[in-house]
Every structure is written in C-alpha cells, then in structure tokens.
Design a protein around this ligand. Structure first.
Ligand code: CP3
Length: 372
C-alpha cells in the first residue's frame, strides 16, 4: 500500500505514541527510546552480505534493497526507530551531480564547485524540480519500509547545507574545509546561493521521505563543528533554517477541513552536528524539536546551557563500544543519568556506529537502556 499524506503514520496513530515520537515532543515515555546513527551499515554481517553485490549508491536507489537494509538493525537490535538507508549525497546524485562514494574515503565529486560560475551552473542544471522527478525509488523504499515497521517510526534524514557544500567545494572529504570557508568569506553572495541551493535539495529529499511515511527527520551537519559561532550564525544557520522550514510546512488534508487548508503534519525534527559544543545555542536558535549532542559535551551541561528547553539526543562515546561490558555499562548509566536533566532524552551514540563494532554490543545497549 502506498501511503499518502492523509494515511501518514503520525496521523493514523501508527507511530504517534511511539516512545521516540513522545520524547521528541518533550515527553518522558516509560522507557528511554534508543537508536544508533549508522545502525544500518557495515557493522552488520547481513548488511555486508547484501551490499557485496551492489555499489553503495545503486543500493540507495533500489527500493527493495534500501528497505531491507533499513529494517535489518530494527529486527536485530530492537531499536526504537529505523533510520532510512541512504546517504547525504543521494539528493545531489538524483539531481544529476556526478558523485561517487569511495570506500574508506567518502563522497568524491568529479567536478568541484568553486567559483561563481560553477555555482550558477549547479543552480541552473541540478534543480530541485529535477530532483523531485527522480525521487520515485526513494518514496517507494520508504513506503515499503514503513509498511513493515508497524508501530516503529522511520527517521528520514538529509545532509545539512554546510556539510553538503563543504564536500562539493572541496571535491571530497577534507579536514578543515579551508576551500569552503575561504569561499564563504571571499564571495559571500556566491556562498549564500550555493547554500540555498543545497538547502532546497535537502528539503525536497526530506519532503519525499515524510510524504511517503517517515515520522521524524534528522538533519546531519557533520562538519559544522569546524565553524566559529559568528560564521555559523551569519553564513550557515539561515540555510539550515530554510531546509527545515519547508519540512515544517508539510501538511495533510484533514477530513474536517473540507479542503480549505491543510492541517500541519508537525513532523518532529532532530538537528545533529559533530563537534558542535560551542554552537549549541546557535542550533537551538534554529528551533528543532530535539538537538543531537556529540560525546564531547555532557548532556546535563548541554541541557543547562539551553535552559532545559530541548529534548536531547546522544551521546555515548563510540570508543566505549569496544570496552569490556562493565566499563561500557558504567558509561551508559552515566549518559542516561545526565540525560535526566533534559526535558526528554533519546539515547544514541555521539556519532555513527564504527564499522568494526561488534553488533551484539549494540543489542546489549538497547536491552540495558530499556531496563534502566
Ligand atoms: O545512519 C544510518 O544507518 C543510515 C544511513 C546513512 C549512511 N550515511 C549510510 C552509509 C546515513 C544517515 C549517512 C549519513 C552520512 N553520509 C553522513 C552524515 C553522518 C555522519 O556520519 O557524519 C556523512 C558525512 C556521509 C558521507 C559518507 N558516506 C561517508 C563519510 C561515508 C564513509 C566512507 C567510508 O567507506 O568510510 C559514506 C558511505 C556510507 N554511507 C556507508 C553507509 C552504510 C558505507 C558504505 C559501505 O558499505 O561501504
């Protein structure tokens, strides 16, 4: 069955009382919801078996495969949410940009975007309309996933405009994103146009996932931590806000509104940025429903800085995943205990699951957290 806006899981009641959704709305369910960034991926032998016959980006646009990989960690670990198997570069690829995911490296672009002319060409050629027309396999993958998930919510995601732009300007992964930050300062108008374009692609990608049945979304700003507070505020936050405002505007046809207007779907939004302890107040100003905190800032400290106004997500240090169980369990208890300072807490790692993680450790974390 294909889901449409009026049979959306948040509206039909399928996921609206799920622990994750309650926590994102600021409530404290009986058990702390748990999911892991990068739970769908290389730590799972069943993922490696499926992926061995497909290129990463081919797998992302194969609806059956993407749905199956999304469901694997939910079946195995009993996590409280699925996160859609895809990648932050998929919307750019579907809009026509020449990009590949190189194993052990990350996204690599055949033609880096560095000048005003490059940006103008991107905006003219790789349009949001072109992306929208190519999103069929993504919608189908989400519909298949949501039909199997039942009461477990699916989290859709997109890369934040800065992280996408950082890859695109550099042409691939980089440490300090010097070229991207140089463009930001030497040609702020071109930079703004680049980020607005990236924001629109992210927004259209999120919109498709939500319309097909995702019950929450997360914006990943993996590289925002390299920015100063002032640069983030002036040159990056407006683009992230632009992406999220489109998602907030998604409505559904309410049966009692007789077609005069759409009722807001109010999909909860999580914002996550790595190494962003210094940016917490700026992230709060974007006003997401929840803020992901990496492992460097204790949750009680983060919550206090935010005036205890935001549900927090995080923040196990991935380094503890390979520690002896008593050491890991003590760290988990500390994170859960500090998380009590926030209005609500969603347990996660402070960044993604490392590929070499023993998957039985993740299952154990879910059990321990649910028993806490
Ligand atoms: O979280 C999930 O389980 C959902 C799927 C997901 C992937 N990438 C699958 C993936 C998500 C949410 C992402 C987001 C993503 N992709 C981010 C933001 C989050 C973060 O970690 O900071 C970034 C920066 C990327 C870009 C990217 N894609 C990198 C750096 C890599 C790793 C390259 C490598 O081989 O080390 C990828 C590839 C990728 N994306 C894999 C997966 C499962 C591995 C592909 C494989 O099987 O080899």
């Amino acid at each position: 069955m294909k889901l449409s806006a009026d049979t959306h899981p948040l509206v039909s009641g399928q996921t609206s009382d799920a622990p994750l959704i309650r926590a994102l709305r600021g409530d404290r369910p009986e058990t702390t919801p748990v999911w892991f960034m990068r739970q769908a991926g290389r730590s799972l032998p069943e993922y490696r078996a499926l992926r061995s016959e497909h290129r990463m980006l081919d797998a992302c646009v194969n609806p059956e495969l993407a749905a199956e990989i999304t469901l694997q960690p939910v079946r195995r670990h009993g996590v409280d949410a699925a996160v859609f198997f895809s990648d932050i570069v998929v919307p750019m690829m579907l809009a026509g940009v020449n990009v590949d995911l190189v194993a052990g490296r990350g996204p690599v672009f055949a033609e880096p975007v560095r000048t005003a002319a490059d940006v103008a060409r991107c905006r003219a050629e790789f349009t949001p309309e072109r992306l929208r027309a190519a999103l069929g396999p993504i919608r189908e993958a989400v519909s298949l996933t949501v039909a199997e998930l039942g009461a477990t919510p699916l989290i859709g995601f997109a890369g934040a405009p800065f992280t996408l732009a950082a890859y695109l300007v550099e042409g691939g992964p980089s440490r300090e994103h010097l070229r991207a930050r140089a463009l930001m300062h030497s040609d702020p108008d071109t930079w703004r146009e680049l980020l607005e374009w990236a924001a629109d692609l992210s927004a259209v990608f999120l919109e498709a996932q939500v319309e097909a049945g995702a019950s929450a979304v997360q914006l990943f700003d993996s590289w925002a931590g390299s920015l100063s507070v002032n640069d983030y505020r002036a040159h990056v936050a407006p683009a992230s806000e632009r992406a999220l405002s489109l998602v907030r505007g998604i409505g559904y046809r309410h049966p009692e509104m007789h077609g005069y207007a759409d009722a807001p779907l109010s999909v909860p939004v999580i914002h996550f940025a790595v190494g962003s302890g210094h940016l917490l107040e700026e992230l709060a100003a974007i006003d997401p429903n929840a803020i992901g905190v990496d492992w460097r800032t204790p949750l009680d400290e983060a919550s206090a800085r935010l005036g205890h106004r935001f549900p927090l997500q995080g923040n196990l240090d991935p380094a503890f995943l390979s520690a002896p169980e008593p050491v890991l369990a003590a760290h988990l208890n500390e994170v859960l205990s500090r998380g009590e300072a926030a209005p609500a807490h969603i347990l996660n790692l402070g960044h993604g699951v490392p590929p070499e993680t023993d998957p039985t450790v993740l299952t154990r974390i879910v059990e321990l957290a649910h028993a806490y």
